[in-house]
Structure formats: C-alpha cells, structure tokens
Design a protein around this ligand. Sequence first.
Ligand SMILES: [Zn+2]
Length: 273
Amino acid sequence: MTLDRIELDGVGSPARLADRIHELAPDLPLKFDIKALCHQLDIHEIREIDTSAYEAAIIMDEYKADGSILLARSSGAKRKRFSIGHELGHFVLPTHLPKSGGFSCSHSDLKSDSAAAKNRHARTEAEANRFAAHLLMPPRKIRANLTTPQPDLSEIVRLADEFFVSKEAMARSYVDAHRETLALVFLHRGKIARFYKPDDFPFIDVTIGAEVPEDSVATDHGLAPAQISEMEECDPSTWLGEWSQRKVGMLSEQVLAQRDGHAMVLLHAELAE
Ligand SMILES: [Zn+2]
C-alpha cells in the first residue's frame, strides 16, 4: 500500500474521501491495519494515554503538515479503531480546521450523526464519524459480504467481527447500506437510550428515556446476552406515529440482547404501495 495525501486533494465530502482512499488502495482487507494507513497519510504517531478527559484526540497545526493521534487507553480495541478513523477524518477533511492545536473528541462526539446534529460542533463530529464509517465499512463491501438479502441482526454480529468494528458501528452502517428500509433502537435496562434511522425510514415516534413500548418483542424479551429473537411482525403503532403508520404496509422487529442490560432492536419497514 502506497498512499500520498496529495491524491486526496479536491475531495471534500466524508464519504467520497473514504471512497477515494479505497480506490487508491483497492486491496485493503476487511480488517485492514488502520495505523499503517494513518502513517501513510502523515499521522506520525498514535499513542495511548490514561485519560478520562476525552475518548480520542488529534494534535496538528493549522497547516496540517502532520498529526499525532491520542487514544484513551481504557477503550476496547474495536472502539479504538473507529476512534482512529474519526481522528483521521478531522485530519483529512479540508473544512475541519483545528482550533487551539487540534480536536479533542468525547464519547458522545463519536456517536454524533448528521440527522441528529443540531449545531456546528455536532455536524463536524458527525462528518468525522461518517468518514470513519465509510473508511472502515464501505457500503459496497458490506453489500458484497451479505449472506442473505433478509435483514437480520445475526448478519450485523458476524459482519462486526469480519470488519473488526463494534456491533453498534456495524449496525448503523448496515442499515445505511442495506437495500431494505431499516432502523435501529438502542435500549438500556428497558428504556430507550437512542435510535438511528436513515432518511428513507419513517419518523420513529419514541421519547429518549421512555420505557420500551409494551407491545414490542423487546419488552421482557427474556434473552440471555448475545441471543437474538426471530424477526417478527409487529403493529406499526408500536414504534410509529399515526402519520408514519400510513406509509408502512408491514413493520417487523428483532432484538439482540447484550451485556449489562443493553439491547439492540432492528426495525424493518415494508413501505405501502
Ligand atoms: Zn471529533
């Protein structure tokens, strides 16, 4: 792999920039070495430190001649890999101009998505996430590695291992890349923690912090961590408001139980004619 940052000149969108790197390095394996890639793109140092002040940071001057990435030591290996992709995004995205010597990114910055971003800071963080997601999980490679056209959480679990990313990161990229109309709801101890939906999915009518809807399979699912329910049809009113229900012919849901009371729900909407 030989990459030169000059070959990225003139590309401004996070997704296009990640695509461009894959065009220049077409033989990158699914679990490619992101540190080696960073070194080729003028990141001279990637260092782990003991800190709770941030999840990841990049130090660079205003001209971005070179950069150093810092990672909180306590994070898992898959999360660190995504964090490196995110910081590389700040480094190569031409509109990301460092204030006071770089960027310092929190756990919530690393989950920021453009649909939910309400201010400039959140939008910048969402762009770095979009770059990292496209770099680590190119939609084309996700689609090429599906074993079934049917939406399925077990595919997300398998692909997360194959691409060496967290299940949540893969879940988001999977629903973006998949041809079906999909969304995700993340639960913690029976309450809605957050949700993620691409633009094509109808409005999800839930309140963050509220109890999981009573009619959902995710309520009292009784699954042990890592167990996955069947994909089951549910009443669209379980998750959707009155207006969105009219757009949906059939809604199905499937739940993955995770450790410490976490769970992930995959929603599949079959749109009305
Ligand atoms: Zn950031």
